[in-house]
Design a protein around this ligand. Structure first.
Ligand code: COI
Length: 440
């Protein structure tokens, strides 16, 4: 049994252990076990992650057979501990004051446990063994549900102790890497499911694992609008006061509305959902005393290498007074974005972090995990589908949208016309040739 399980759950004990695991700070009382574990970590962290492109994921997954599926299982089995090891090293390099913050030790524990489990997992050689491996992957995906709120809570509380560039770079590495690991795990689960149900025998099937090769952007926008409209209409002003909302503005979609491209639908819809949610809320607030709401316009444009969407609203712009530049909205540092240390937000993060621990499997369910794999699911919540349970008030929608966008090399830009409205420019690569944007 490792030291981790001998300790009662306690953040400061974990923080001490975290420091003990760091090879640069080995304490005299370190045991041979700690030394051995750190050697293993160093071994894995010295390997480079094998980054993939969307196109590679599609090509490999397209003509799936038993041999390829087993190869895929062993790729995931050996690649994930390398990616986790890099992030464990990152956590070990944090200053002690950060490590002791609520939430950080919890994430460190989860990563150590996952690292050890993957490292020790035996090679997969048959379909039956792959089935067991898929069960193992699902349980780890569920266990890791609280990672985003816990990490955000810990790093928000650490904001006074870290320069904004370091804090944002750390969060970016952690979050992009997390997305990448979940993509690999979920892609393998989806491929396993498809082979089990023989649905990949159809040559024209647009689903390859978690990638949808005929993703219709307009349909995704319509789906997000419908979901937002079905949500309660209550909105809050800048002071947290509830404002009566008479309805949601109309969303006009124009431009190249028939475009289809290959992408991970859950990522695209998470981003679109968050952007439209912000645009609709800002419009409702800005026109709270008018008799009608001006429409939001979503314009789709196909370029040589990418697909773009501009979402324009008349929500008054970003003149919030508490941020200097629109890109500060993506920041986790309170110096760039003062709202990061608001008590209400920290409280919401705290409850999201503990709710995540108790997240039920149903709350985390993804379509490819259900019996109806490969069936379009129009009533699923994009936040849940992207592996992030919706938690109002934690302020993660924009930073996470930016992380999802940049994972395969897209860009997200906000332009404020103060006093009038905001234009958001989302560009996603359409060729699928960019490698994952994870840092090694
Ligand atoms: C995460 O969700 O943070 C993960 O690392 C999941 C992965 C180990 C399957």
């Amino acid at each position: 049994m490792s030291w981790r399980f001998q300790n009662s759950w306690n953040a400061s004990a974990c923080a001490r252990n975290l420091q003990r695991h760091s090879s640069s700070q080995v304490q005299p009382q370190s045991t041979a076990l700690h030394f051995y574990q750190n050697r293993q970590l160093e071994l894995y962290a010295s390997k480079e992650a094998n980054r993939l492109s969307l196109r590679q994921l599609v090509f490999f997954g397209r003509s799936m057979d038993e041999e390829k599926l087993i190869k895929s299982a062993n790729y995931v089995r050996t690649e994930l501990p390398v990616r986790i090891a890099h992030r464990l090293r990152d956590l070990q390099a944090l200053p002690y004051v950060v490590v002791t913050q609520e939430g950080v030790a919890q994430v460190y524990e989860l990563y150590w446990s996952a690292f050890e489990k993957f490292r020790r997992y035996p090679q997969v050689t048959t379909l039956e063994e792959n089935q067991a491996f898929c069960g193992f992957l699902e349980s780890i995906l569920d266990e890791h549900a609280p990672v985003i709120p816990s990490l955000s809570l810990g790093l928000s509380l650490s904001s006074p102790h870290l320069p904004p560039d370091s804090l944002d770079a750390f969060m970016r590495r952690m979050l992009v890497s997390r997305i990448s690991r979940r993509v690999l795990a979920e892609h393998h689960l989806a491929l396993s499911k498809s082979l089990g149900t023989n649905s990949l025998s159809l040559p024209d099937d647009p689903h390859v694992g978690i990638i949808y090769t005929a993703l219709n952007l307009r349909h995704s926008i319509d789906k997000c609008v419908a979901l937002l409209r079905s949500r309660p209409h209550d909105i809050e002003d800048e002071t947290g006061e509830s404002v009566p909302n008479r309805g949601w503005p109309e969303v006009i979609v124009d431009g190249h509305i028939d475009i289809k491209f290959s992408y991970i639908r859950e990522h695209l819809e998470y981003i679109i959902f968050e952007l439209l949610k912000n645009a609709m809320t800002a419009t409702g607030l800005n026109h709270r005393s008018s008799s009608s709401l001006p429409p939001i316009r979503a314009t789709i444009v196909v370029g040589e290498n990418d697909v773009g969407v501009r979402i324009s609203d008349q929500g008054g712009g970003l003149s919030l007074g508490r941020i200097k530049s629109p890109s500060d909205l993506f920041s986790f540092s309170h110096i760039r974005n003062a709202t990061r240390m608001d008590d209400t937000r920290l409280g919401a993060l705290r409850s999201a972090s503990s709710r995540g621990v108790k997240a039920t499997v149903a709350e985390q369910i993804r379509p490819w995990r259900s019996e109806q794999s490969n069936v379009d699911s129009n009533n699923k919540d994009p936040e849940r589908e992207a592996g992030i349970a919706p938690h109002p008030g934690i302020g993660l929608g924009l930073p996470m949208s930016n992380i999802f966008t940049t994972y395969f090399g897209g860009t997200l830009e906000l332009v404020s016309l103060d006093g009038w409205g905001t234009d958001v420019y989302l560009r996603l690569p359409k060729l699928g040739t960019n490698l994952e944007g994870i840092e090694l």
